[in-house]
Design a protein around this ligand. Structure first.
Ligand SMILES: C[S@@+](CC[C@H](N)C(=O)[O-])C[C@H]1O[C@@H](n2cnc3c(N)ncnc32)[C@H](O)[C@@H]1O
Length: 266
C-alpha cells in the first residue's frame, strides 16, 4: 500500500475519472453520479457515452465531447480548467481501467501534479453476464475469467496471443475484436470445442442492444450477418451452456435475440 495515495475527498481531487458503465444512464455508481452532479466541466467521448448520461450534470456544466479531439488538444483544456479551480470530470465508458487510454491520462495528471480520483464503473462484460443471467465462474466448470482483445491497430504482447489464452478454456470476454472475428474464431477453435457457446453482445445498455447466442464455429458468420463492426463484446464460455441448452431454439436463425424478439437488423 502506497501511503502517499491520499484518501478520496472531493476537495482534494480536482479531477475525477468516472466510469459511466456500458450504456444505461442509471448504471453509473451513486458516487459517480454525485460527483458528476458537482462538476464544472465534463470531458466525455460522445461515441461511447450516451448523452443521456449528461442528465446527471448541472445545467451550467460545460460538457465537452472529446471524440474529435486528440489527447494533445483536450488535456491542455483540462489542465487550464483545473488551474482555474474548477471541478473536472473525465467520464469514461464502462470501467476506466479497461481499454480506456487511462494510462495516458493518469501520466499527464501525475506529470502536472493534478490530484485525481478514479471511480469504477460497470464494464461491458459485467452487463453481458447480467443480461445473459449467468455466472461466469460456475464451480467445477470454469473458475477464471479472461478479459482480452485481438491484435488490431493496438499491439497485443505475443505471450497474450488469443490462441494461447484459449488453452485455458476459461470464460473469455473479447473486447474490441468485431472487425477481426474470423481470425479470433480460428484462434479460439485451437482449444475450445466448436460447440462452445458464444454470446455476441452488441451495444449493451443502449436502446438498440442485441444479444445473439451461437456456437463458437458460427461466431464469425454471425458477426458478418449482423454487420456489427464496433461496440461488440463476445463472451465465450462453457458457463453459457446451461443458458444455451435451456433455450436451444436460440441456435435457430429464426431466433436471433435472447431478449428482443424482433429487430430490423435480423
Ligand atoms: C474502448 S473499449 C472500452 C471498454 C470499457 N472501458 C468497458 O469497461 O467496458 C470499447 C469496447 O468495449 C466493449 N464495449 C463497451 N461498451 C459496450 C457495450 N455497451 N456493449 C457491448 N460492448 C461494449 C466493446 O468490445 C467495445 O469495442
Amino acid at each position: 500500500m502506497n501511503p502517499s495515495i491520499p484518501t478520496p475527498t472531493t476537495e482534494r481531487f480536482p479531477v475525477q475519472i468516472i466510469g459511466a458503465g456500458p450504456g444505461d444512464p442509471d448504471l453509473i455508481t451513486v458516487r459517480g453520479q454525485n460527483l458528476l452532479a458537482q462538476a464544472d466541466t465534463v470531458f466525455y467521448t460522445g461515441s461511447l457515452v450516451p448523452t443521456q448520461m449528461l442528465q446527471h450534470c448541472r445545467p451550467t456544466a460545460d460538457c465537452i465531447d472529446t471524440r474529435s479531439h486528440t489527447l494533445e488538444t483536450w488535456l491542455p483544456m483540462l489542465r487550464e480548467r483545473v488551474e482555474r479551480g474548477q471541478r473536472v470530470v473525465r467520464l469514461q465508458d464502462g470501467d476506466p481501467c479497461l481499454y480506456g487510454a487511462l494510462h495516458e491520462l493518469t501520466a499527464f495528471l501525475l506529470k502536472h501534479e493534478m490530484a485525481f480520483e478514479i471511480v469504477p464503473g460497470v464494464s461491458a462484460f459485467q452487463l453481458a453476464a447480467a443480461r445473459l443471467q449467468v455466472e461466469l465462474t460456475v464451480p467445477k466448470l470454469v473458475q477464471s475469467i479472461i478479459l482480452t482483445r485481438v491484435q488490431g491497430r493496438t499491439d497485443v504482447p505475443g505471450d497474450e496471443d488469443l490462441a494461447s489464452l484459449a488453452a485455458h478454456r476459461a470464460s473469455l470476454c473479447l473486447y474490441l475484436s468485431a472487425r477481426h472475428a474470423p481470425d479470433a474464431q480460428d484462434k479460439l477453435l485451437a482449444h475450445y470445442p466448436p460447440d462452445t457457446p458464444v454470446a455476441l453482445c452488441y451495444r449493451l445498455g443502449w436502446p438498440d442492444e442485441q444479444i445473439h447466442l451461437r456456437r463458437l464455429d458460427g461466431m464469425a458468420a454471425t458477426t458478418r450477418e449482423t454487420g456489427f463492426d464496433r461496440t461488440v463484446l463476445y463472451v465465450i464460455s462453457p458457463a453459457l451452456e446451461a443458458r444455451a441448452e435451456a433455450r436451444s431454439q436460440l441456435y435457430s436463425p429464426s431466433h436471433s435475440h435472447l431478449f428482443r424478439p424482433s429487430s430490423p437488423k435480423s
